[in-house]
Every structure is written in C-alpha cells, then in structure tokens.
Design a protein around this ligand. Structure first.
Ligand code: GLN
Ligand code: ZN
Length: 781
C-alpha cells in the first residue's frame, strides 16, 4: 500500500500565547481564582480557533492536516507527561481514579503547591524557552491518556479544522526527563522506553479512531550528542519507530528533528532515510540550523515525505526566497532520486518568534520590510512550496520583493558602520588582556580595603508595583522626564539606605531604571530596536519581548553612569556598577543573520568597554558584568563547543580589559549547570565571580577550585527563586561548605541572583540573616 503523502506545506507549530497574550491573561486570571476552569478552557479554545482560522486565511489547507495542533496551556513537555499519565511519585496523590492527570493537577506539577516544589524547569535545547522536566522512576506510572488530544482533535474538526496533533516523541521525552530522586543509582529514564512506546502506540490508535489522518512526533533530542548516537542504524530510534510504524490503525506519522542535525552529523539526512525505512510516512529536517542532506546520505526514502525546514523559526528575518528556492530545488532532486517527496516547512515550531510584524507601529521605518514574524513565515513557507511545485515564474513577484528588501537591508547605513569595523579591525591581543590577577588583587586590596568575607548582592532590588507603574507612566508620557528621574533617584536613595542599614559591605544602586537587564542595554545602544508586541513565550504564562539587533552596535552616550554615580554619592561604602555582558545581551535578543555572532559580540563588548571606562572615570571602583547566559548558547554538539566558548570568553575579556588594575571586575552566572564550562568561567578572568550555588549546595565552588580557579568567588548562599526566608543557620551551613574548599580570602557572601522578582519583606529578612551569618563566619576565621 502506498504511504499517504504529507501536505505540500506546513509549519511545525505556532506561537501559543496569542497575538495579545490572550493565553497569559486567561491562565493568570484562572490561577488567581478570578475565573473557573470552564472559563479557562473556553478562552483557550477561542484562541486556538482564531489561530487556526488565521493559519487558514494565510493559506494553509484546513482539510488535510496542514494545521499543527501544538496547543499547550503551559508547556509541550508537560502535555506529554499528561498524555503518559507520568506522575512523579512525589505527586502521586494528584492522580485521578483512572490514573490520569487533570488540568488542575497539571498546574500543580507546573507551579508546585504549599508542600511541594514544582517540576524543575530548564532550557529547551539552545533556546530561551523553558520546559518542565519529567521525573521518571523505576515504577512511576506510565499509562496512555489520549483523551485530551482526542477531544482537542474532535472539537477542532467540528469547526472545520483538521489538525495534526503534535506530541513530543518518546525518545526525546525520556532524554529530556530526569530520574526521580528516590530512583536507584544508575537508573536512567530511558530504561522505560518500551512502556513509553507502548503508550504512544495506544495514543496513536485512539487518534486514528477519532479520525486524525496525521500525527506529529517531535524528536529534537536526536540532534544532541546523546540522541544522535541513538539515531544511527541499529540503534534505539530505528527500533522505536519500527514498532510505532507497525501499530495497526494509526494515523500517518511525521517525525520532526529541529534545532540541529539529527544523527551522525557527517551523514546529514541519513536519519531521515532510516526512519522512512522503518515505515514512517514523513520525516522533517532542520535546514537552518542543521546540515543540508547531501547526495547519497538520504538512502532510500521508501515513498516517504521529507519535510524541509527551510523557514527560520528561531529568528525574525525575512527569508531570502531565491536562495531558499535554489536550495529546495536541489534538495528536491536528491529526495526524488531517493524515492521520496519533498514538502516545505519551518525549521522548528514558530513558538520562538512573535506573531505578526503587522502588530508593530513603532519600528524605525527601514526595519519592517526586513522582518518576518510567525504569520509572515507561514506565508513564506507557502510561497516556497508554490515555487518548487509550480515553478519559480509563478512566484516571481514575491522573489523580487524579497530580493529588493534584502538588498536595501545590506545597503542601509546602520547595517555596516565603518568606524565600528575599523575599531574591531585594529584590536590586538593586548585588548583582551589585563595585568596578572595577583597584581590586580594587590591594587584592589589597597583601593577598596574590604573586610574579609565581604557581603554584597547581585544587583537588582525588588521591582515594586510603584517602580513598574512609574516606568509605565514614563513610557506612556504621563510622567515627564524630570519627574521620572526624580522618582528613580529617590528609589535609589531608599535602596542605598536599606543596604547601609542592613550592614552590607558592597552596595548596588538596585537597577530600578531597568525594565529588563538586556532590553535596557539594547535601548541605549544603536543597532538595536525594540518591538511593542513582539512577545515570545519564555515559560508557562511568561513571555519576553526580545530586542532586535539589526546593525553594527554603537553607544551614543554613557547611560548607566548617572544612576550609579548618584547611588555612590549617597554612601561611603564601595558601590558596585552593574552591566550586562555581550553574550547575554545577544542570547536574549534576536540576532543578525548577516554577520557571525562573534562579530556582534565584540561590537557589544566595545560599547560596554566604553561604559566601563566612563564608570571608572566617575570613580566607580567595582564593576560587575553579568553573563548569566554564557552556558545557554553552548552548542548542542560537543564538537562545536570550544569555538563558541573561545569567542564568548573573548568578548567578555574585550569588554573589561580597559579597566585599571585597581578596578575590581565582577561577573555573575546563573540559570544553569556549570560543569561543562568551568574552564571558560576561569578564562573570563574576572576578579570576582558570583554564581548560583545554593540549590546545588556549593557544588560549583568545589568544581572551580579543583579546576584551579583562584580569584574571588561568591557562591550564592540562598536561593532567591522563592519568597522563603533562609535562616541564619542555613546560610551559615552553606558558608561552612564553601569554606571547606576555598581560601577564606577568596570568598564573598551574596544571594544566588538578583532580587528583582522578590518582595521587600522577604528581601530584608533574608539579607539581614545573610549579614548575620557572614559576621559569625568572620568571627571564626
Ligand atoms: N544584575 C542582575 C540582577 O540583579 C543579574 C540578574 C541575573 O543574573 N539573572 O537583576
Ligand atoms: Zn543570576
């Protein structure tokens, strides 16, 4: 029997939060108990209907499963947990009588309750999206629950939308999971693959019974080193998909592999061929981040469809349609030779880009025509499918419109700024180096005269409703410049006075003027622009509005200096200036696709270098350059990592190497496990590194010292991610652990991270305990 052919064009997924963040509003009002669950479901269904109608209007066929059913209230991995009824043992009491997880229980997994922390949240591949980590044990439940998927399919079908249900695939699900704490040493969630595959097979059968012609299983983990090893001939992926393909009465299956190259990266396309031979009807490859399948590697596609993910779904640039068409045409010839059919799609789900450029009215005039958000990208995929199926002539107008927009982009005055390029061209190795750490240390001891075990914070103080209201009023024009400045200065004075009262040693200004640690910098540099509605889901109901880096970066004027010097003028204690580092600024922005990221990083570094010079000139003796995203951009494949770390570290060093020996440079890292980047952290060569460490009970401190890191270190002594106030005793214990592996002269005492999301009550109480614990430790030195 011939395999069914996948639609000529589709997308892997669509933003879920809604063009006006409808889902956020519905979720948050439900969580606040202002609306009941029925109202939440109704709001979500209405949003989904209007999204599907939009996709249909843009040209996706509503009758042939071109429409992705990738809706999720909170997270797609959480939804797979629900589909598998995979309740971690510590949440076992939440199970319904038939073992399933209902909506209310899923929110407890996502958000925790009085007695339990939620599922851990971690970054989804190398993106800024966070998923909820499944916790699997030897005997934790795994039982198919197709009902939510089936109901969703049916209700959309009733409205004329034949969706393609989307589910994280079985291998990725288990690779993204972690073993339950109580599991035996050596237990690996992947040990449970057989049961998981059986459950998926049952879900497929239920979906077929509901009438779903296609289902999409996302297997992005096959592009990581660990997953890639499972995606070669004879390995797990072949067995898993042979088994799923053999399920009787199932929908046709699309397996997607976004975020890189699946399987052996020296044989791009081979995994697609392998899955096709296993009996899978359609396999997707990422043509943006992944390698282009080469002649010969696809092997035998056995009548399957290869979905070419040609439209970039991680970035917001208008597609170079001519180049894409050429690529698809030659790939199409290879696919044809291998016995398959080529379809057009996106590189990954469009969940990583905002909805629609048309919602922007404040972008600089040159920018809109360079951009494509989700809706524009859907249109691009449709045009490209038309081009390969009906010939380039049919889409001549679109090709030429894209070409002229791209040539205006290349030629635009801010795209390439000669004096920036010249300055970069003139850099030599000395621009990346400071004097030896020992020399700096002596100079800083003299200049700063700090007590042993100095106490400090990471930068931000609570952003109260008043602070946010003042910023909003300033933005909208109801609070004028002078009044806003006055408000911020008072806020700074309050924060400085509080720190003095608490007895902290190194003070900060509190960052009240910053909406966001990246956007604030983007707003003050040329080469970046901000959107009004460019929201992208970060996790759950939270979304961020990444800035767009479109040109060479320059700094028109010093911008942090006035606030920081104002704070310094109010105290005799040393005041630490606060900047965001180049890698983090880029990681949380949409970046250029026309220059290497390393080049943009060095441009941002030079702008920061000028700011550091100005801060130093204004008498600021301690400057912190935050790089919390250093680990986040680490390439998924080990083979690509050292090249990244080299330029990432270099950009940090370039930013801070203009500082005098006596100026103490701090950095701050958080949000991740640091095991793989210890060497890079040392290579940053900061005088003091503050680092998230409370939850891991100082693990990283040991890792760093055993690596040979010997400068200042501030392992966080309490977790700021919850309002809980740590006792003096708890903090003392952590200080004790740190002192076990550290030279006391190197240790700083600080919280894990900035305090911006906390309230003042817990912040004051926690910092008071921190100061007390530090004093006790000092007395015992
Ligand atoms: N200086 C920033 C703050 O305190 C650092 C935030 C972070 O590390 N994520 O808010
Ligand atoms: Zn942090």
């Amino acid at each position: 029997m011939p395999k069914p052919t996948f639609p000529a064009v589709s997308i892997l997924g669509y933003p879920r939060i809604g063009p006006n963040r409808e889902l956020k509003k519905a979720l948050e009002s439900h969580w606040a108990q202002r609306t009941d669950e029925a109202a939440l479901h109704a709001a979500a269904r209405e949003l989904q209907n209007s999204d599907l109608a939009k996709l249909t209007e843009l040209g996706l066929d509503p009758t042939d499963a071109s429409l992705p059913g990738d809706f999720a209230y909170y997270d797609q991995v959480l939804d797979a947990t629900v589909a598998l009824s995979a309740l971690p043992t510590r949440f076992a009491d939440l199970a319904e009588t038939n073992g399933t997880i209902d909506t209310a229980a899923s929110f407890i997994l996502a958000r925790g309750d009085e007695s339990r922390a939620p599922l851990e949240m971690t970054k989804w591949f190398d993106t800024n999206y966070h998923y909820l980590v499944p916790e699997i044990g030897e005997t934790s439940p795994i039982k198919a629950n197709a009902l939510p998927l089936v109901e969703s399919f049916k209700s959309h079908a009733a409205k004329g939308h034949t969706i393609r249900p989307v589910l994280v695939g079985p291998i990725s699900y288990l690779l993204l999971a972690k073993a339950e704490d109580r599991a035996a040493v050596g237990f690996d969630p992947l040990d449970r693959i057989d049961e998981v595959v059986d459950a998926y097979a049952q879900i497929l059968v239920s979906l077929a019974a509901a009438g779903a012609p296609w289902v999409q299983l996302d297997e992005p983990a096959l592009v990581t080193d660990r997953g890639a090893a499972l995606a070669v001939p004879g390995a797990l992926a072949q067995a898993v998909y042979t088994k799923l393909a053999a399920a009787t009465q199932r929908p046709a299956i699309l397996v997607t592999t976004g975020y890189g190259t699946a399987g052996d990266s020296a044989r791009p396309g081979a995994t697609a061929g392998l899955l096709a031979r296993a009996g899978i009807e359609a396999v997707h490859v990422d043509l943006v981040r992944g390698a282009i399948p080469q002649a010969g590697f696809l092997g035998d596609l056995a009548g399957s469809t290869l979905v070419g993910g040609i439209v970039d779904s991680r970035n917001i640039w208008r597609n170079d349609l001519s180049a894409s068409l050429a690529l698809l045409t030659s790939l199409g010839a290879e696919v044809d030779k291998a016995g398959g059919t080529l379809a057009v799609g996106t590189a990954t789900s469009l969940q990583h880009v905002p909805h629609d450029v048309a919602l922007e009215s404040n972008l600089p005039a040159h920018l809109p025509e360079w951009l494509a958000f989700a809706n524009q990208k859907v249109a691009e995929a449709i045009i490209l499918a038309k081009g390969i199926n009906e010939g380039a002539a049919v889409i001549a107008a679109e090709l030429s419109a894209a070409e002229s927009a791209i040539s205006r982009r290349t030629g635009f005055s801010g795209t390439t700024v000669a004096r920036v390029r010249e300055r970069l061209g003139n850099l030599t190795t000395v621009d990346f180096r400071r004097a030896d750490a020992g020399i700096r240390k002596d100079a800083q001891e003299q200049a700063l005269a700090l007590p042993p075990l100095p106490t400090t914070t990471i930068g931000s103080f609570p952003q109260t409703t008043e602070v946010r209201a003042a910023r909003a009023a300033h933005r909208s024009g109801t609070l004028d410049e002078a009044a806003y400045e006055g408000f911020l200065k008072e806020e700074i004075a309050r924060v400085v006075a509080l720190q003095e009262k608490l007895g902290l040693d190194v003070l900060v200004h509190g960052e009240a003027e910053r909406n966001d640690m990246v956007q604030y910098f983007a707003e003050n540099f040329d080469g970046f622009s901000e959107t009004e509605n460019g929201w992208v889901q970060s996790y759950g109901s939270r979304a961020t509005r990444p800035s767009i880096l479109w040109g060479d970066v320059t700094r028109p004027a010093a911008f942090t200096v006035p606030w920081i010097t104002h704070a310094a003028s109010l105290t005799d204690k040393p005041l630490k200036g606060m900047l965001t580092g180049p890698v983090t600024i880029l990681a949380w922005s949409f970046i250029r696709d026309d220059v290497p990221l390393a080049l943009s990083a060095n441009q941002v570094a030079l702008a920061l270098r000028d700011e550091i010079a100005d801060l130093q000139e204004a008498g600021i003796g301690i400057i912190q350059v935050d790089e919390p995203a250093l680990r986040e951009l680490l390439p998924l494949r080990a083979a690509d990592q050292s090249a990244y770390l080299n330029w990432a570290v270099d950009s940090f060093r370039l930013a801070r190497s203009g500082a005098a020996d006596s100026t103490q440079i701090h950095t701050h890292l958080c949000y991740s496990e640091f095991g793989e980047i210890i060497e890079a952290i040392d290579a940053l060569d900061a005088d003091v590194t503050s680092i998230e460490a409370a939850r891991s009970r100082m693990e990283v401190t040991e890792d760093l010292t055993s690596y040979g890191y010997s400068r200042g270190i501030g392992p966080g002594v309490y977790d700021i991610h919850s309002p809980r106030v740590p006792s003096t005793q708890e903090i003392s214990e952590l200080i004790g652990i740190a002192l076990g592996s550290l030279d006391p002269k190197a240790l700083w005492i600080n919280p894990d991270c900035g305090l911006k999301t906390r309230g003042y009550a817990e912040t004051e109480a926690s910092l008071a305990n921190l100061v007390e614990a530090a004093a006790a430790a000092r007395a015992n030195l």
